[in-house]
Write a protein that binds this ligand. Structure first.
Ligand SMILES: CC1=C(CCC(=O)O)c2cc3nc(cc4[nH]c(cc5[nH]c(cc1n2)c(C)c5CCC(=O)O)c(CCC(=O)O)c4C)C(CCC(=O)O)=C3C
Ligand SMILES: [Fe+2]
Length: 380
């Protein structure tokens, strides 16, 4: 069941205009540079996007995702078809559960005794309900691990907002001022294990190509397109989404084939055609490569952490189809998923934050960093 939404940002207001709105970082909790206080009851919360579990969930899920964001109905109906193609079930929930289990193992191996919870922005288990659960279990502080490695409204700021909404809901529903406090873990696009996981996958995809095209194959990194206006405000100086992706893709390629060139292109564009989003689209890029005489491509979706629906539909179905039509040999590298090196880096990220030190970007973001004002809601 879709959950009632507690409003946290008055429509049309920006935190840089009204500093009182800036408290949404970590749900209003200032990240500390001191080590975690001894005896505090803590948890790790895996915070993700969420996905439908069956046909009837698809439309309510899509309405949750796009509430207030001006996505045309036709786009929703088209995307709904992608989900219905898989029985209305997104693979993202199973993938998060697998990551959860891997994190539990990873924490145990590292000798860190913390319970792990899972909550989502757009579908059950909703972050609001998990917050209540954590409070019931006596958790006082949650480290929030978002399933995005990068800056941007969608990948960073919106997860801070989710925490703020969950804490606001606890205040409204239970009269319990906010429940557990929280700290979102920093961006991890350049974490060694994330890079290693992507590099292993890229090497495996390359190894699967026929010998005669392998060395000449074009390496193409992909990430979710976002509106130009969202890209312009990502990170403290703007354009951090593209910059972090560029850096991550470079690190990945250098581990497989030092210095080899690659392209960074965009997938899964949404929104009305009148609104500019990051380009080129991966399908247009494949056409340009074929026209330039390229014979083979390896796509590596470094912008995502698991092979969820936007990866398996938009790449394994659409982009692969485009490549076939063009006569391009095609391979797609896996995402980081539950690669042990990736999980190891996530555990390290948590351990570092518990040890204190200057909170990095993603934990402590300037007030207007990545901020995209919601579209004014109709007043009733
Ligand atoms: C940057 C970014 C990431 C990566 C960071 C992160 O992972 O957080 C991401 C991830 C994901 N996006 C996902 C799904 C969708 N995204 C949509 C819409 C949008 N995404 C956007 C950006 C991103 N999205 C934007 C700017 C919009 C327009 C609406 C808005 O301004 O907010 C829509 C609406 C329909 C459509 O128009 O496509 C859907 C269904 C799923 C789940 C897949 C599954 O179910 O397996 C995942 C992991
Ligand atoms: Fe998305």
């Amino acid at each position: 069941m879709p959950r009632a939404i507690v409003d946290i940002t008055p429509a049309g207001q920006r935190p840089d205009e009204d500093p009182s709105l800036a408290v949404r970082n970590n749900g209003g909790v200032e990240p500390s540079s001191a080590p975690a206080p001894a005896g505090r009851r803590e948890a790790l919360l895996l915070l993700s996007f969420g996905g439908p579990e069956g046909h009837d969930d698809v439309m309510p899920f899509l309405e949750n995702v796009t509430r207030g964001r001006g996505i045309p109905r036709e786009r929703l109906e088209e995307v709904a078809e992608h989900y219905h193609h898989f029985g209305g079930v997104s693979p993202i929930n199973d993938q998060n559960q697998a990551l959860l289990a891997a994190l539990e193992d990873g924490l145990r191996s590292a000798g860190i005794d913390l319970p792990v919870y899972w909550g989502n922005r757009n579908w059950a288990p909703y972050v609001e309900d998990v917050w209540q659960q954590m409070a019931d279990d006596g958790i006082e502080h949650a480290y929030v691990l978002a399933t995005s490695a990068y800056a941007s409204f969608s990948g960073c700021r919106q997860y801070h907002e989710d925490v703020a909404r969950a804490r606001a809901a606890m205040t409204v529903d239970a009269g319990a001022a906010g429940g557990p406090t929280a700290e979102k873990l920093p961006h991890y696009f350049d974490a060694d294990g994330f890079v290693r996981a992507n590099a292993d996958a890229l090497a495996a995809a390359l190894a699967g190509l026929p010998d005669d095209v392998r060395d000449g194959a074009r390496l193409v990194a992909t990430a979710h397109s976002i509106p130009d206006s969202m890209a312009a405000v990502a990170g403290p100086e703007g354009h951090a989404y593209e910059a972090e992706l560029q850096a991550a893709a470079r690190l990945v390629v250098d581990r497989v084939a030092p210095g080899r060139s690659f392209d960074l292109v965009w997938q899964s564009r949404s929104g009305p055609p009148s609104v500019p989003w990051l380009e080129p689209d991966v399908n247009d890029h494949l056409k340009a490569l074929a026209a330039a005489g390229e014979k083979a491509v390896v796509l590596f979706p470094v912008g995502f952490v698991s092979d969820h629906l936007e990866v398996i539909w938009d790449l394994d179905n659409e982009a692969k189809g485009t490549a076939e039509e063009l006569g391009l040999t095609f391979a797609r590298a896996a995402t980081a998923g539950t690669h042990p090196a990736f999980v190891g880096s996530l555990v390290e990220l948590l351990a570092e934050r518990r040890a204190g030190g200057e909170p990095r970007l993603g934990t402590n973001c300037p007030a207007s960093c990545c901020f995209v004002p919601p579209r004014p809601r109709p007043t009733s």
